[in-house]
Design a protein. Sequence first.
Length: 341
Amino acid sequence: MLIPFKRFAYGLAFSLVCLILLSCFLRFQFIQYLAAYTGPGFAKPLPTLTDSQLKDLSRTEACQSQPINVLTYNVRYGSDFIEALRKPLGKHAPGDYLPWSERYPEIQNRIVNYAPDLIGLQEMHTDNDISHIVELQHYFLVSYHLSDDFHYGDAALLFKKDRFEMVDSGQLWLGPDAGLPFSLGFSPVAMIRYANWVLLKEKTSGFTFIFVNTHFDNNAVNKEKSSDLFYKHFASLATGYPLIVVGDFNSKAVTERYQRLIGASTASPLLTNAYDLAFASNSGTSAHPNELIDHILVGGPCSTLVSDWQVDKRPLANGATLSDHDPIISRMQFAGLKQKT
C-alpha cells in the first residue's frame, strides 16, 4: 500500500508544480517574453516626431489627400480552423450564425462593392482566411505572425497597393507592457489583443498618415485600461501625423471610456468620429455611434472632410446573419491644416 501512496503523492506534487508554473506563465507575462524571444521580437515603437516633420506641416501639400474610402468590419470568427472545430458539434455548436465558409463569399462580394482603400478587419485568423474575403492581389496585408505557420489576424489591416506605400508598421499590445507580444490583457487571463498600425504615404500626393486598426477585449477591466493605453501612446503623434483609426472598441460613443479614448476632455481632442464630421447635425442616418461599438475615427493636424458614412445592416441573401457586427464604411479627404482656435 505504501508504494501506491507514494506514486499518488508524487503525482499530486507534480501536478501542483505544473499548476504553479502555468500560473506564473499567465500572471507574470512569461508567455509574452517567450513569444518576444522566439517570435518576431518585441513590439516596434511607434514613429517619433522630429522638428523637421513638424515644420513640414506648414506646407499645403502635407495635409492634402485624394478621397479615401475606409472600411471597418468585425466578421465574427473568420477562421477555417474554428469552423473545423465547430463542425463535429453540429447544431449543438454555440452561436446562431452560419459557418464561415457559407458567409465569406457574400462578405467578399460586399467588400469588392465598397471599393475600400483602407480596411480594418477584426476576428480574423490566418492570411488564408483573409484571402477568402479580400482580393490580396490588390491589397497589402499587415497582420501579426508569431511564425510562418502561426498567424493572429484579430486586428488585421489592409491598404491598396496601387495607392499607398508603407513606410513603417508594427503592433501596440493592449496589456501592462505594450511592447510585449501576445499580451493577455490587464486581467489574469483574457483574449490576446493588439492595435495594428502602419505609416503610409499616398503615392500621388506624398500625403503621409498613420492608419490603425484594433479590437478591444470585451472584459470590463481590459476595455477600460485599453482606452487609456491607446490615448497615451497615440496622443503625442496627433500633433504631427494625420490619423485614421478603426476597430471594434467594445465601447459605444456614449460611454465614458470612449470619451477618454478620443481625449474629449482635452483642449484639443485626439480623435473625432467620422460620423460627427459627416452629419454635424446628428441627422441623415438611422445609425448612430451611441448605439455602436465599432467606429471610424480621425485625428491629427489636418482638416478632414467626410462626405459619406454608413452602416450596412443587410443580412445574407438567404436572410441569415452575416455577423454579429455590421460593416461601417466612410469616405473622407484631408484638406489643409486645421484652423487654430
